[in-house]
Design a protein around this ligand. Structure first.
Ligand code: PEP
Ligand code: MG
Length: 783
């Protein structure tokens, strides 16, 4: 049964045309379930009815013609109840509606299941039978499982259909919904960047230039064959002949006479090279996967691998032909922080990522650059949006393709308001950050995700509250040396010579990976991440900490922060290593100074002992940096006292604390609506952390995204956070907010907020308070 199910779903998603896919599916289901009729109805929310799209059993002429209101008939009932309906004698049911045009008089048994995607009913799948009988539990289970699997394929197909409509400019603008990743608005042309070949993401498209497509495929084929030859030559000494044979299979499949020939035949029919390849490869995969024998089923993986390699080479050529306009919106399957960094000064106006969520590091980087971003716009076929004109609304997560002039001018107006707000806050960014009743709060900068943050010093930040060191580790082929790191950290410390700069030790893992240090885990956010990696690799940790200390010799403004601490033992071990690094640097400094003094003096003025005394005195001036930890794993909330005895400061990482407290992966768009730092449980955890830290006299700051939210900053100020740290774009905004409220007003808002029990109530109360304070203009700016 599972094989049949898989095959039906696969065939459905492979069909280029939705109508063909639906017709084929009802035919397949009717056959598999040995029944007399199978039909599918799709919801039309505009007209509030279900349209009969395809049926094998009902009158063909009613396809696309007959509709049933959302609250009408048995189909409507399935939609309303959002559960299966299994009726032995449908004609006798009180909700049955007789529709002569569908010609269903002979059918009595009815089983209908809703097709639901992300809580929305997309359609109804039904089967009917002449014999009056209850369908079995197995039938019901089959149809429910099939509907659940069809849901996302159908959502994809629906979006494809919408986008195809957009290509016809006469149609009105359509809108897609994603997750608001970074506030702001961008109006521009979309450029699709496809770093990873993915057959599933290839949209089936025709081309008018068959010759060019044929050439592109032949070149890709040749390149892939060469790659396999090189690979098998390279491996021939280290693997056995049986394993090597797989390369022969690949090479044979690639021969023009075999798979290659089929692709060429599709190109000759007018398909683009990537589409032609997709059709052939997916056909082979579905055939192999349908075979019961597990050996052959496994071969489907080989075919997929082969297809992907070919696709890489086809797309490589297409990318080489890609030209970036002077201004554009970047769209990719998975926009990473390093992609944003790569394009940031090259005309990038906004970002659309099909995966990821609003606390992915790409979104955090976009916020720090003031670039609007929409994340998790799933179910789009990338290439369909290439070079389309679009508006992205980073406040609401809405994406408009081919917007009309009215929409464009509406958004241009919003954009001008947004720019006016920026000008207003930047103009007074250097005024002191005090509340109206004289309470001081330090607003600091989060840096490290992007280069060129020096200008932020001018935006009124009082130092760096979080320097994420992992990004400089990313765009490379191996770990940076101690010398390279020292130079980089010197530059960072020099941006704020008069203020402290908090550098976080390497926090890779989760959604931040290093190309030369791959970590493959089922559950990366609960896995080998942050301090867990660096304690397991003291050689990496020691080099980094030594480089930080060397860089600190001149200015002495460094503070070191440890990420992802979940136990006291981790802190003890890290502090032991930090002390070791300090004594090593001190000893090396003494040695270097002695050598220098002796060399300068050539032994005349100093004897060795004198030089050593002088060097010793110099190295004693080396400042031992303060050490703090990030509070971002819930366990630490219950160990504040023990931790406070070991470290100099705490900084809350509210991004991770929210994810771990609420058990919501910050990078998963599927659960994005559940991720919210204003959840009452998160707020009360923050309040408890602040109170405990104050009781321990340990300075407490917060460097997660909550600090850059106007309402978040007000609550943190009232809770007693000494410092809040955020991206440069928001520093002047938050300073403005703090200067326009008093501590007592903030405390009043906090005490009421803490009595609320739902996230929704918290948001609506806080928004109302911002309005009352005359800070309504900042609501849209909230992340
Ligand atoms: C956090 O978790 O809140 C944080 C500041 O660190 P990152 O976003 O880099 O995990
Ligand atoms: Mg974190």
């Amino acid at each position: 049964m599972l094989t049949t199910l898989r095959r039906i779903v696969l065939e459905f998603s492979q069909e280029a045309e939705l109508q063909n896919a639906l017709e084929r599916m009802v035919y397949r289901v009717k056959k598999a379930m040995q029944t007399d009729c199978c039909s599918i109805y799709l919801a039309d929310y505009h007209h509030q009815h279900f349209v009969l799209m395809a049926s094998d059993g009902l009158a063909k002429s009613s396809q696309g013609q007959v509709s049933i209101g959302f609250s009408e008939g048995l189909v409507g009932l399935v939609g309303q109840r959002e559960e299966p309906l299994n009726i032995a004698d449908a004609q006798q049911h009180q909700d049955f509606v007789h529709a002569p045009e569908v010609e269903e008089d002979e059918f009595n048994a009815f089983l209908g299941t809703p097709i639901i995607h992300q809580r929305k009913v997309l359609g109804i799948l039904s089967i009917q039978q002449t014999e009056s009988r209850q369908f079995t539990e197995n039938d019901e289970a089959f149809l429910v499982t099939l509907s659940a699997q069809l849901a996302s394929a159908l959502a994809n197909a629906e979006i494809k259909r919408l986008l195809n409509l957009h290509q016809d400019k006469t149609h009105s603008v359509k809108q897609l919904q994603g997750i608001a990743g970074a506030p702001g608005i961008a109006l521009s042309e979309i450029i699709v960047c496809q770093p990873q070949a993915d057959l599933a993401a290839v949209a089936l498209k025709k081309s008018t230039n068959t010759e060019q497509q044929q050439l592109r495929f032949e070149q890709a084929l040749e390149k892939t064959q060469q790659e396999f030859t090189q690979l098998s030559d390279k491996l021939s000494e280290s693997i056995d002949d049986d394993s090597l044979a797989i390369f022969d299979v690949y090479k044979q499949l690639l021969e023009q006479a075999s798979l290659g020939k089929e692709v060429s035949a599709n190109i000759a029919k007018g398909w683009r090279a990537d589409s032609a390849l997709k059709l052939v490869i997916e056909h082979y995969i579905s055939q192999f996967e349908a075979i019961e024998d597990s050996y052959f089923r496994e071969r489907a993986t080989d075919i997929r691998d082969l297809g992907t390699r070919l696709l890489v080479n086809i797309q490589q050529q297409a990318t080489e032909e890609l030209r970036f306009p002077t201004q554009f919106i970047l769209l990719a399957q998975d926009v990473t922080a390093s992609m944003v960094a790569q394009y940031q000064h090259n005309g990038l106006l906004g970002i659309i990522s099909l995966s990821g969520s609003n606390n992915s590091h790409a979104a955090i980087l976009a916020r720090s650059l003031g670039l609007p971003a929409i994340m998790g716009v799933n179910a789009i076929v990338l290439s369909q949006l290439h070079q389309q004109r679009a508006i992205i609304d980073g406040y609401t997560g809405e994406l408009f393709i081919n917007p009309d002039e009215t929409l464009v001018s509406e958004y241009q107006y919003l954009l001008s308001q947004e720019n006016a707000l920026t000008d207003k806050v930047v103009a007074v960014a250097n005024l002191p950050c005090v509340t109206q009743d004289g309470h001081k709060v330090e607003v600091l900068l989060n840096a490290g995700l992007s280069a060129g943050f020096e200008h932020s010093a001018k935006l009124g930040a009082l130092g760096i509250g979080l320097y994420r060191t992992e990004i400089p580790f990313m765009n490379r082929h191996c770990f940076p040396s101690e010398q390279e790191q020292t130079q980089l950290y010197q530059q960072v410390l020099a941006v704020f010579p008069d203020y402290s700069v908090t550098m976080r030790t390497l926090d890779v893992g989760g959604d931040k990976s290093l190309p030369y240090f791959p970590i493959n885990e089922e559950n990366p956010f609960l896995g080998w991440r942050g301090i867990r990696i660096t304690l397991d690799h003291p050689e990496i940790f020691l080099v980094q900490v030594r480089a930080m200390m060397r860089a600190n010799q001149e200015l002495g403004n460094l503070e070191i922060m440890l990420p992802m601490i979940s136990s006291v033992e981790e802190v003890d071990e890290a502090i032991r290593l930090i002390n070791q690094a300090f004594f090593e640097v001190q000893a090396e400094l003494t040695k270097d100074t002695v050598t220098q003094l002796m060399a300068i003096d050539q032994g005349n003025k100093y004897n060795f002992e004198q030089a050593q005394v002088k060097a010793q005195a110099r190295s004693e001036k080396l400042i031992k940096p303060k050490v703090g930890i990030m509070l971002e794993v819930p366990s630490v909330i219950f160990q504040i006292t023990a931790l406070a005895q070991r470290v100099d400061f705490f900084s809350v990482g509210s991004n991770d604390l929210t994810q771990y407290l609420l058990a919501v992966d910050r990078n998963n768009s599927q659960v994005a609506s559940l991720y919210d730092a204003f959840h009452p449980a998160v707020l009360s955890a923050l309040f408890s952390i602040a109170q405990q830290s104050l009781a321990q006299n340990t300075p407490i700051s917060l460097c997660g995204e909550l600090a850059s939210h106007p309402a978040g900053a007000i609550l943190l100020l009232a809770m007693g956070f000494d410092k809040i740290s955020m991206n440069g774009h928001n520093v002047p905004r938050i300073k403005w907010v703090i200067r326009h409220i008093s501590l007592s007003q903030a405390q009043h808002i906090l005490s009421h907020t803490l009595t609320l029990s739902t996230t929704k109530a918290v948001h609506s109360y806080l928004n109302k308070q911002l309005e009352n304070l005359g800070l309504g203009g900042f609501i849209r700016a909230g992340s």
